[in-house]
Design a protein around this ligand. Structure first.
Ligand code: NCD
Length: 318
């Protein structure tokens, strides 16, 4: 009943036991990443291709480092410079790469559902590094590991997810994961940025920060995703910061030991006060980055094991 998928496309299909298995293995990689020698050979001989159709700093670097630390041959495709610019379809690009026999494809794409579609066309394992507003499963897993380490558990916590929920795949994957692990999830933001159907996921919805942050254990801030907005979702950044930006005064509503998270990249002075983001007694933002490498190592290690087991069952491996 653990993690026996061939791809990691989203949190949606995962059972709580599968989530726990990934997090437990990640703990071993957190330790490995603190050693002087951070390498192992779990993915030796395997080829990992990173295809990012949208800009990324930390996610791409994190996947690259994760693959290298496990001994894989890692290739970063620069999708800006690729044949996509010449009009090749996503599927043609995928089939071309597939013919090079990669074992792991890490894909980020601006369209929701594009990564799932691609996974149906290739023979290797596909990891979703963020598709449109849909899912970003490794971000939710690294957030879960960060919370579990800071709070000592990943259930029966009260967690606020604040800001631009509407455009956020990070929020969606987190809502799914935290719900499966039986936490109380509150969504806080202006009604224009919180779709009311999120109540169906069992979330409570607030448009007032002071009320929503009451007694929470975790405050997760989201970036205002200007690039996905096509109209007047917010009056002005100044007004937004005043009402929804996390500052010391609003944070006082949360529990005294509440942690502050942000997936990055941060807009300081828009959704979060820089001093709060840098406060090492409250902010776990750097831990999130650290956990990201470990979680991606665990996810790729497990996918490679699952693939090996499947090939052996089908008599495909020599
Ligand atoms: C997030 C993303 O790309 O979805 N960033 C990330 O992966 N670290 C969040 C964001 O862009 O705001």
């Amino acid at each position: 009943m653990g993690f026996n998928e061939q791809h990691l496309l989203g949190i949606e299909p995962l059972a709580p036991a599968a989530i726990s298995e990934i997090l437990d293995l990640s703990e071993q990689y957190v330790d490995q990443n603190l050693r002087e020698n951070k390498s192992s050979d779990k993915l030796a001989g395997l080829t990992q291709i990173n295809m990012f159709f949208e800009n990324s700093t930390r996610t791409q670097a994190s996947f690259e480092l994760a693959g290298k630390r496990l001994g894989a041959d890692v290739m970063n495709m620069s999708m800006q410079a690729s044949s996509i610019k010449k009009g090749e379809t996503l599927i043609d690009t995928a089939l071309t790469l597939n013919a090079m026999h990669p074992d792991l494809l890490v894909v980020r794409h601006p369209h929701s559902g594009a990564v799932d579609l691609l996974a149906q066309k290739v023979n290797c394992s596909v990891l979703n590094a963020g598709d449109g507003r849909h899912e970003h499963p490794t971000q939710a897993l690294l957030d879960a590991l960060t919370i579990r380490r800071a709070k000592g558990r990943l259930h029966r916590l009260s967690i606020a997810i604040c800001g631009d929920v509407a455009h956020s795949r990070v929020a969606r994957s987190n809502i799914l994961l935290l719900g499966k692990m039986e936490n109380r999830v509150k969504l806080i933001g202006p009604p224009t940025l919180i779709p009311s159907d999120f109540a169906e996921f069992g979330c409570e919805i607030y448009d007032d920060m002071d009320a929503g942050l009451g007694d929470v254990d975790v405050v997760m801030m989201l970036r205002l995703q200007r690039e996905r907005m096509d109209g007047g979702f917010i009056p002005s950044e100044r007004e937004y910061y005043h009402r929804y930006g996390l500052d010391g005064r609003k944070l006082k509503n949360a529990k005294a030991d509440a942690i502050v998270m942000h997936p990055g990249p941060m807009n300081r002075g828009v959704e979060i006060d820089g001093d709060i983001a840098d406060d090492i007694n409250r902010s776990v933002i750097q831990d999130q980055v650290e956990m990201g490498v470990a979680v991606r190592m665990a996810a790729m290690d497990l996918l490679a094991r699952n693939r090996r087991a499947k090939d052996q069952n089908e008599g495909l491996r020599l």
